[in-house]
Design a protein around this ligand. Sequence first.
Ligand code: MRU
Length: 366
Amino acid sequence: MTVEEFFDKVITVRMKEDRSALDIIDQTLLPGTIKRIRISTKEEIWEAIKKLKVRGAPAIGAAAAYGIALLSSRITADRYETFYPEFKELKDYLASSRPTAVNLFWALNRMDRTVAANQEKDVAEIKELLFQEADAIREEDVQISRVIGEIGFGLLEELKQEGKEIGIMTHCNAGTLATAKYGTATAPMYIALEKGWPGTAMHVYCDETRPLLQGARLTSFELYNAGITTTLQCDNMASILMQSGKIDIIFVGCDRVAMNGDSANKIGTSGVAILAKHYGIPFYVCAPTSTIDMDTPTGKEIPIEMRSPDEVTQMWYKERMAPEGIHVYNPAFDVTDHSLITGIITEKGMCHAPFDKAFEILGIGK
Ligand code: MRU
């Protein structure tokens, strides 16, 4: 299977041709089962996002955009004045599914602006424009990830030495399964393959990513299928790997970047960044500008999703692996302090500290 064929097989989210439902790959079943499912009611769409059947910041944004387009197409009101309140109610409902990834709110607000900007038109026309906007969000994501990948590939080229593989670490899944095609943190590797590098030129070390195992189930699955040399390690093995000199560079994705560059990503990312600083390894955050939230001044203001204790105590075990009644701490994300970040790679260019100035220069948030 070529990488393109693999990408096609695992498309995260798309609209059914007859516009009757969203067609998503159920990521909770990977890697053992590659199964596409239809989701069409508001509860199914909300639940798919909440339960991580569709996950990863850009994919959540695309799912919400297609979701609101589909649900809006069923609103019976035929005047804008009665259509909009129903649209708004659906939008707020989908927005309540997960709190951290700003792409969810970004995509829903973009859909809202599409409605508002076309309020003079027939409701039927507004409904059609919503489907088109959702398609645009998805298609733009492919191009955005590609550019992020090109910039990241430039860093890999600088590290290339004859006869030596480049050691790359990543955390969670910011891959094709989290986006529309290339991923963000994986985009440099996929671009390297497109440019003719053999998969053995790179060796990607994937953190398992407790508790939901996105690194084990998703990232190692997709990179291995793409033919890239891939090693999976438990999260607590990151330090020894870095110490051993095997890691040359780290790429991670993110769910929300604050104005000062503080970046929220999957729980454990900030630990990886602290280790990277200690061992002198460059640590890059790959962020489409839709993930940069100029309304959030620092990481302290980023809402962190807390998830069910079961994910820690029993979800992956044959039997429960912690005493009944034990207190469980299960935040889904943490914030990497901007001082630990070598660069934030966006589709508008590479940003270095001070990040607020860099964002301003690139016109981010305007
Ligand atoms: O809880 P998840 O699996 O949605 O968390 C995903 C991540 O943390 C990703 O790194 C992030 O969304 C970036 S995806 C390009």
